[in-house]
Design a protein. Sequence first.
Length: 596
Amino acid sequence: MGRVTADLAITEQYGVHLSSTAPLLADSLYPGEATSIPFKLQNAGNREAGYTVTSSFQSEGWVSYVTDLNHSIVQMPMPLAKGEEVQLLLNVTAPSYATPGEVPFSLRAVCPSCGESLFGTDVISKKIEIPVLREVEMYAEDMEILAPANGNARVVYIDLLNLGNDDEAYSLDLVQSNWKLQAYLSSDETPILDAWDGETSIALNLPMPVGLAPGLYTARVTATSVDDPTVSEQITINVDVTDTSAVFVSDEDADQSYIPGSEAQSMRFEVRNDGNQDDRFAMSMELPEGMNAEFVQLVDGDLTPILEPGASYNVTVRFSFDEGTNGQLILKVIATSVNDPTVSSNGKCTYRVGSQNWLRIISTESTIIDEAGEYEVIVTVRNQYNDGQSVTMDLDQGETNRWYSASVSANDRDFWLEVEGNREVSIKFVVQSSSLENLDQDFIETTVTVWAISNSVEDAASLELPVTLKRTSTDADAASSDGGSIDWVGIGIWVVGGAIIIALLGVLLVVLNSEEEEEEQSWTGDGYEDNLTATYGAVAAAPNVGSMEKSVPSVSPPTPEPAVQSGPPVPPEGLPEGWTMEQWNHYGQQWLDNNS
C-alpha cells in the first residue's frame, strides 16, 4: 500500500459562533417591562480575538445591554482565546409606550481588531411580543354630593382615561343603593379611546326626585373593557339627601277670551308638595291692573291643607275683569312653604281680555228712537285673522233694559267667517211708548255693547253702539197743546179790554176840555181843589190798567227767538228728511261722519 506525502500550510483565521437557547419568540413584554435573553459567544477562529456584541431593534425606544450570568455588565470588546466560549445575557427593556405586536431584533458579534471578516455564525435573530395592555382610570371632582330632594337635578361629571397601549372602548354600568334615587348615566358605552391617555367624560345624572327620603345614597359606576371583560374600573359617588321643603305651582292656559265687566269665572291651579316631608303652603297672588281675583275653599284664610310629599291640591281662583280692560293680563299665583318660608314657587296664566284685533265690528249707523216700535241696526263683523273663525254674537245692555230691549237676530248669533270675510249682523231694538213718555229728559244718550266672540282663537271684539231716546207726549198733553196753539178766549178778553180803555180815555178828554175855563177862574187858592171836586166828583174812576194786564192773558203769541245753530253747517240740500234743527245741532256731526 503506497503513501502519499504532502506539505500543509495552516493560516490564521478569525471566526465566531453566536447561539441561543431562547426560541424564536424570545419573550413577551408589556410596555416598560424588562427581560434577559441567554446566548453563547464562542471564538471559532484559531487566534485570540476580542469581540463586541450589539443588538438592533426594528422600533424605537428599546433599551438593551449585555451582562454575564450574574447580571454584571460586560465590557466590550470581550477577549476570547481560540475555542473559548462564554455564556451571556442580553437584557432588554420594552418602551413605556410600546404598541401591541411582535418586535424583531438581531444580535451581532463583531471583532473590531481582526481587520478582516469573521467566518461562522455572527448574527442571530429573535422576536419579542408586546401584548395588549388594557388599563382604565376614572375620577370625579365631586365624590360627595349634598342636595335636597326638590326635583332640581344635580350632575356629576366623571372622567375616564384609557391607560392601555391599544385603542379601546368601555361599557358603563350603574348600580344604585336605592332605586328611588333614579340616577342614570348619559351613555352606556364610551367611544373608542386612543391608546395612552385617550379621554372622555360621562355624566352621572341625579334627578333628586320629589319625596326622596332624607339619608345617604350611593351610585357606583363601573367601566368594563368591551374586548376583555376581565378588565374594569369603578368609582362610587355618595349622595346625601337633606330635609327638603319645595313646592310646585302649575302654569295654566286660558283657552278663551274674556269679556270685561262680565260675571266672575273660576280657574284651578295645581299646588304640589315637592318636598320630602309633610307641608302646607300659604297662597298669594300678583294681580295685573284691571283684574279682580280671590282664592276660594282655602283653610284658615290663605292656607292649603297639609300635603304629603308628592301630593297635590287644586287651588280655585275666582276672577273678573273691570269694564274697559283690554289686552293680555298675566296673573301670578304664589305658594310659600310653611315649613320653610324662604321656599316658594309660582304659576302663571295669561288672560286675553277684550279684543286682540283678530275680529272687528264696524257700524256707520246712528240710532235715534223717537217713537215706540221695533228698530233694526246693521253692524258688520270682519275676520282679520289668518284663518277662518267660528263666531258667536252677544249683547250687553247694561242698565238700558229699563227703556228698551235689544237682541241679536236669531240668524246672526252663530256663524263662520272665512279669512278676510265680512258678515252683516242685525241688532233689533224694541221700545214701548210708555218708556218714551216717561223719560226724565227730552233726549237721553244710551249705549249697548255688541260682542263678537271667536270660538276658534282667543279673541272677543266689542263695539259700543249709541242709541238716542227722544221723549214723546201723552194724548192729554197733545190735546192741551193743540188747544193752546190759538187762544181765542184770550184774544177776546184783550179786544174787549182794549175797547173799554179807549172809551174811558175819550170821556176823560171831553170832560177836561169842557172845564178848562172854570179851572182858569180858580187858578189860585183853595178854589182849585173845590173846582176839581165840583167838576169831576160825579165821574167814575179810571180802571187800573196794571191790574187789567194781570187778569187778561196776552192776545198775541210770543215772538219765537231765532234758532241758534250750535251744530255743524247744514248741507246745501238741507236737513236730512225727518230731522229738526234741534236734532241736527245734537247729531249732525255724527250724520256727516257716517255718510261722508
